[in-house]
Design a protein. Structure first.
Length: 133
């Protein structure tokens, strides 16, 4: 004759209804406690640690946009404290720079410094529109 443990835990719980009911009560109480104490928000607060710069250059090829806008923006923000990564994408007639700010820095302060540096660039092409930060 086999021992009770050799036949598995399901067999043991089937033969010990008190243990099965106790386990069920523990699980239900734990679930109710977790549901009651869980933080719930309709619109959770999110932190955006990125600064986006867009700039139009009508009629320009991607190569011209790269040389006339992307390189100049990247050079202007290089070495700025608080920036983790800079990515610039040149499309036809349009440039988009995405600057990731470190989590230890205030995004508003870094964005103000980026705006100052980008606004200080005087060598953008004449046909290029004003950058939107």
């Amino acid at each position: 004759m086999k021992k009770q443990w050799d036949q598995g835990i399901i067999y043991w719980f089937a033969n010990n209804s008190v243990a099965a009911n106790l386990l069920m009560v523990v699980l239900v109480v734990s679930g109710l406690y977790a549901a009651a104490t869980m933080k719930k928000e309709m619109f959770p607060a999110t932190s955006i640690n990125q600064v986006l710069i867009t700039m139009a250059y009508p009629g320009a090829a991607p190569d011209e946009v790269e040389k006339g806008i992307c390189v100049k923006i990247e050079d202007a923000v290089t070495g700025l404290e608080g920036i983790d990564k800079t990515t610039c994408v040149a499309n036809e007639s349009f440039a988009r720079a995405n600057i990731e700010v470190g989590s230890d820095y205030d995004v508003k302060n870094v964005m103000a410094e980026i705006k100052n540096r980008v606004d200080g660039i005087n060598s953008f092409p004449e046909q290029a529109e004003k950058p939107i930060i």
